[in-house]
Every structure is written in C-alpha cells, then in structure tokens.
Design a protein around this ligand. Sequence first.
Ligand code: IPM
Ligand code: MG
Length: 367
Amino acid sequence: MPTLKFAVLPGDYIGPEVMSEALRVLDHVAKKENLELSYQQADVGGAGIDHHGKALPDSTLALCREADAILFGSVGGPKWEKLPPKEQPERAALLPLRKAFNLFANIRPGLLYPDLTDASPLKSARIPDGIDIVCIRELTGGIYFGQPKTTVTLDNGEEQAIDTMVYKTSEIERIAEVAAVTARARGKKVCSVDKANVLETSVLWRRVVTAYFAKNHPDIALTHMYVDNAAMQLARDPNQFDVLFTENMFGDILSDEMAVICGSLGMLSSASLGTGKNSLGLPFGLFEPAGGTAPDIAGKGVANPCAQILSAAMMLRYSFGLAAVADRIEAAVRAAVATDGVRTGDIAFGRPAVGTRAMSDAIIARL
Ligand code: IPM
Ligand code: MG
C-alpha cells in the first residue's frame, strides 16, 4: 500500500480549523483509494512562538525534513503583530521554510467556477465563464532574499533602508521550466511579467526567458508584459492569460490581485515546489491555502475549508504523483460548491450558509 508521509503545520487562527477538515477529506480518500497516510502535526507561526519561543521551531523543521511534503495552514495575526518585524510569524516561519527547502516555484491557480461569478468584484458580464488562469511566481530570489538587506544610519543622522533585487540565469531558467510545463498541460500560453523598461533584473529575466523558451519550448506561445500593464490587464480581462509567470515580488502582488478577482480567498490553493525530490523521486513541496488566518472569524466554525482541501489535492498531485485522486477531490469540491450550491458564508450570496464542518461533509459525500 503506498504510504503518504507528510508534515502537517496548521498554524494560527482558522489554520487548525480548516486543516482538520482537509485531514478528514484525506482520511476518507485514503480509505477509498487504499493509501496509507502517515502524518504528524507540528506548531508553526504564532503557535511556534507561543509554545517553543520561535515561529519555526527546530522540531518542526526536523519533522518537515523527514517528510515527503508539507501541508501548511496559515500563520500570523494580531496576537503577534507587536513583535519585531523579523520575528513575526510570516517572516520568521514562511520565508525560512521556503528557503530551507529551496521552494522556488509557487503555483497559484486562479480558478473561479462559472456559477460563482457573483463572488468576483468584476462584473459577471466580463467573466461569463468564470476565470481559469494560473500564476507561477518565483519564490526564493529577487528582492525578498537579495543582499544587502539592511537599515543603516547615515552620517547626517537619517536612516536609510536597502533591499536588493538579484536574479541569476539559473534561477530564471528553472522557474521558466515550471511555467512551460504548466502551460503545456493547459492552453500552451505563457505571459512573462517583468519591468524590463526600468530594472536590470528584468532585462536579464526577459532575455533569459526568451532564449529558454525558443530553445526548449518553441511550441509554447510566449509573450511579455510590464508589471504595471499586467496589473491593469488582469482587472480588465483576466482570461486573456493562461499562465502568468513572474518574479517574486511582482508575483506576490499579482497573485493577490488574481485571488480577489477570483472571488473568495477561501477557495484558492497553492503549491510551492522545491529543487529537491522527496523519497518518491517527486518534487518536495509545501501546500497552503492563499487566504491567511482570518482572525475575525476564527473559532466560529464558519471558515471556508475548500482552499485547504484543494491544497491537499495539490499535494497529492505534485508530491505524491496521484493526479487522478487529486482530480476527484477537485471535482467533489466543485460539485458541492458550484453544482449543488453548498456554500460557506464567504461565497453564499443570499443562500443559506453552512459551517466549516458541513462544507467538508458535503465534499466528502460527493467523493
Ligand atoms: C504570500 C504572502 C507572503 C509573501 C508573506 C506572508 C511573507 O503574502 O505568500 O503571498 O509575501 O510571500
Ligand atoms: Mg502575498
């Protein structure tokens, strides 16, 4: 019986609530598909700070190193906002985890079911068939990690802060490959987003991406767009894109824009894949919902578990090679939410809203 060994890091606020629903779905699927689940939970983020004195405890990191994938919840919230920026859950847990496992490729599907177009701030007439795009974001380079990164006091007494944007050819090529492979399984269209009219890193990015696709993926339609224009085009006509592909900070910003035009954050999953292979020879990855910890609704049993459940499906797809099982989970979510209209409050729009548990029950019933 194939064993799926993964670390479960629920995190803070709604993190643990939606995580337990994703685990129920996985348990159900495992029984049906004859898979053995082997997972252990560990503290991360604020929970790490509260119980171990740091956002990414050594024991949590050790557990992740033993695993073939990480199923991540969400971290951060008001309780830890007064800590120095470098110690806060987001910066002290998520960024070091990405770095520790070289999780250079962030894949965020921007999917809005046609029946859910109400959830989007865009007019339904603009997106009659919903939205179906993917954002591929470089995740371990650029201005997030470049050195120097510091604040100094100048001779005249004023402060000066420095962040450094750095990219090298190999970093650009490996993420270009992920974009190409993603596009190949979809509409074979990649739009690479940069700021090549201003930034050196973007000039290199555009040159390397162009050459890489010409040499390795000549059949994929590659276009380039400046990031300011891409932000505008995404709001104007999101489906002009198939795969949006960009560097770290641009991807951070554009993926949030993509998330909001796709309606509820409660529906969006993501995968961060590394250079490393797991014990199955597949990409080691971290899988997390895009929506954050939602402190305002934590503890009320109303959070939408779909994004966490869909993140678990991505884990099966990428780190365990179980695409068919992932398809089934995704279809069950779609059937519950879109076809049968079982909705949590964030996507209810006047329908009676169900709670977190009832939502996952509805998904399990359709598996
Ligand atoms: C994201 C988040 C993180 C990022 C934060 C929490 C550090 O916004 O995953 O998009 O900026 O990458
Ligand atoms: Mg972000």
